[in-house]
Design a protein around this ligand. Structure first.
Ligand SMILES: *[C@@H]1O[C@H](CO)[C@@H](O)[C@H](O)[C@H]1NC(C)=O
Ligand SMILES: *[C@@H]1O[C@H](CO)[C@@H](O)[C@H](O)[C@H]1NC(C)=O
Ligand SMILES: *[C@@H]1O[C@H](CO)[C@@H](O)[C@H](O)[C@H]1NC(C)=O
Length: 662
């Protein structure tokens, strides 16, 4: 039993090894033969098809050989050969009858050789041929009957040749053809009927040629076409409706041509389109009706054009768009507010390297699924406060290299999952208006990936500081109101009042001249208090200010309405001038805090003192004050009365002394 088992094992082993051994033994030099019948031969030693190939060779690949000619008998006696490939072998001639001896071939590959002419009808015996590769040769023309008889041909590659203007009937009869590559030739003209037999064509490549125009109707019979590549030509104009028969088209490349305009409705009737490239064309405008329904479109590339704007509905029919690369249009200045209205699935939007100056507040409002938004390298000077409000899922926002000077502190309030934000390369203006976003940046250090490049560009004394390093206390002065006063200017008296946080709701406009007469309520109480002098004193109040003193705010607001001053509009204009120390002497900063402020002017000095506005405390202090004044008055009256009494007594005493009683 055991020996029988062992014997069977040996037999099986020998049976399996034997054909392998014989194959190896019959394999010609410079070749590798595979048990399954494929043979690969490489090297200069080979000048013709080796004679002693294994009988069951069905695939023969010759690469990098010296087989320059296919002779009449080269392929003889290879009855089982189905696939023949001769590449990189400087092949320059094929005998007119070379394929008569091998009519069974299904695939012939003659790529990367030196063929410049092929005699007519050389492939005609190959009635079952399915694939013919002639790419990478020197073919300038195709004889009219070159492909005659190739009734089974599915795949024809003529790319990388020197074809210029193929005749209109060269592809006639190739009714089964599914793939035709004419790319990388020098074709400058295609007859309007050249593809009319190719009703089964699925892929047509005409990229990298010199075509200047497309004939009307040229694609009319290609009803099954799935892929059409016409990029990298010189096409300046498209005939209207040239693609209208291509109802099954999924890919259309028109990039890198010379299109300045595209006719209306050009991309209608292509409901299956998933890829459309029109980038790198000097497009000047797009028509109002351009894109038909293309719900399967997921990626659109529209860049390197001369567009200055686009119609608001240009993407409206691409409801399935996932990625929109609308960038590198260096003249694109404006985007219609509803441009991205109808892209409910958009994940990536690239608007980088355009010439955008301004974005509409509602521009991104419909993009709830957006993850990546690239706005870098534009000329954006400012952004509407709530422009990113609808972008609840945005992970990446790139704003670097724009002209932004400031942003609202609430800009990214709704973007709770934001992971990567770029803000560098902008001329940030580190005056009061930066405070809010600076605070946000400090809080979200890990989100601002280029924090080291987010630097102050002005004012001069903050130059090259990163915004993240600006501390909130440095902006305390922003709470103050600026009063520019002519008499202060002449006396050159710096008076700085104490500082606390400015209520954000306060008007920011400053009066130019200080009111010459203070409201009576303050000046009245000031009289007796000139000793409590605050000159050049900064009294930082740590307690948060709840409400501004009503007296002070009326005092400061009243002149504003009469005399608005454009020089101090901190949020819109450059408020940097008041910030520089050299201008400091002619300004009076009075903080708008919870205090009653009192001032007096005496010999060129301004005296300022404060009374906390805390009601209870103020009441108490006022009470004390009244008590003091009353006590003082009482004392004065008492003193006067005493003096009067004393005088009377003195008079009486004098009289008594002059006339002493007897
Ligand atoms: C054929 O030869 C060329 C150059 O001689 C080489 O670049 C190429 O990779 C080879 N191809 C194969 C399939 O061996
Ligand atoms: C969307 O496509 C349909 C036809 O496919 C067309 O009637 C409609 O005008 C297109 N809409 C836009 C905004 O182009
Ligand atoms: C498009 O822009 C480029 C570069 O700005 C320019 O050279 C070219 O002339 C423009 N083309 C048209 C048609 O305006």
């Amino acid at each position: 039993m055991d020996s029988l088992f062992r014997g069977t094992l040996w037999t099986i082993l020998i049976l399996f090894t034997l054909p392998h051994l014989t194959c190896n033994m019959l394999c010609p030099g410079s070749c590798l033969c595979n048990i399954m019948g494929s043979v690969k031969c490489v090297g200069d030693a080979i000048t013709d098809i080796p004679h002693n190939l294994p009988v069951h060779t069905y695939l023969l690949q010759l690469n990098g050989t010296q087989m320059n000619i296919i002779n009449e008998r080269s392929l003889a006696d290879q009855d089982l050969l189905l696939r023949f490939s001769l590449t990189y072998s400087h092949l320059h001639a094929i005998h007119p009858n070379a394929f008569h001896v091998a009519p069974q071939l299904k695939s012939v590959k003659l790529s990367s050789n030196d063929l410049s002419t092929i005699s007519a009808r050389v492939f005609s015996p190959l009635a079952t041929l399915e694939q013919l590769y002639l790419d990478g040769n020197q073919l300038e023309t195709i004889a009219p009957d070159m492909f005659e008889g190739l009734v089974s041909l599915l795949y024809l590659d003529l790319s990388r040749n020197k074809l210029t203007s193929p005749a209109s009937d060269v592809f006639d009869g190739l009714t089964k053809l599914t793939f035709l590559n004419l790319g990388r030739n020098s074709i400058n003209k295609l007859p309007p009927t050249i593809f009319h037999s190719l009703t089964n064509l699925l892929q047509l490549m005409i990229y990298n040629n010199d075509l200047e125009e497309l004939e009307a109707g040229i694609f009319d019979k290609l009803v099954n076409l799935v892929e059409l590549k016409i990029h990298q030509n010189q096409i300046t104009i498209l005939p209207p409706q040239v693609f209208w028969s291509l109802k099954n088209l999924k890919t259309l490349t028109l990039s890198s041509n010379r299109l300045q305009a595209i006719p209306e409705k050009t991309f209608y009737n292509m409901p299956k389109l998933t890829k459309l490239t029109i980038y790198n064309n000097p497009l000047l405008s797009l028509p109002d009706q351009l894109m038909g329904h293309m719900p399967d479109m997921t990626d659109l590339y529209l860049y390197a054009t001369n567009l200055t704007t686009v119609p608001g509905n240009v993407f409206a029919n691409m409801s399935g768009l996932l990625r929109l690369n609308f960038h590198l249009n260096d003249k694109l200045r404006e985007l219609p507010s509803d441009l991205f209205c109808c892209l409910p699935k958009l994940e990536k939007l690239s608007l980088k390297s355009n010439d955008l100056l301004y974005l509409h507040p509602q521009l991104f409002s419909g993009l709830t699924t957006l993850g990546i938004l690239l706005l870098n390298d534009n000329k954006l000077k400012s952004l509407p406060d709530n422009i990113f409000q609808g972008l609840g899922g945005v992970l990446t926002v790139d704003l670097k290299n724009n002209h932004l000077e400031t942003l609202s502190g609430d800009t990214f309030l709704s973007n709770s999952v934001l992971k990567a934000l770029h803000l560098g390369g902008n001329p940030w203006d580190c005056t009061c208006s930066i405070r809010g976003i600076a605070k946000w940046i400090r809080k979200h250090e890990h989100v601002v990936l280029d924090g080291q490049d987010v630097m102050c560009h002005s004012p001069v004394d903050q130059l090259l500081r990163t915004i993240g390093s600006l501390q909130d206390e440095e902006f305390n002065f922003c709470d103050a109101k600026i009063l520019k006063s002519s008499y202060l200017f002449t006396t050159q008296t710096p008076v700085v009042a104490s500082t606390t946080t400015m209520p954000t709701t306060m008007p920011t406009t400053m009066p130019t001249t200080m009111p010459t007469t203070m409201p009576t309520t303050t000046s009245g109480t000031t009289e007796g208090a000139t000793q409590q002098v605050t000159i050049l004193t900064t009294t930082p109040t740590t307690k948060p200010s709840a409400l501004p003193s009503t007296i002070l705010s009326t005092m400061l607001q009243t002149p504003t309405t009469n005399e608005p001053n454009e020089e101090f509009l901190p949020n819109t204009e450059k408020p940097s001038s008041h910030y520089k120390s050299d201008n400091f002497y002619d300004t009076l900063l009075i903080e708008e805090g919870p205090e009653f402020v009192h001032h007096n002017l005496h010999k060129g000095w301004v005296y300022v003192w404060f009374l906390p506005s805390n009601a209870a405390l103020t009441g108490l202090l006022m009470f004390c004050y009244i008590l003091l004044v009353a006590a003082g008055l009482f004392l004065i009256f008492a003193a006067v009365f005493c003096m009067y009494r004393l005088n009377n007594i003195m008079d009486k005493l004098k009289a008594q002394c002059a006339h002493p009683p007897e």
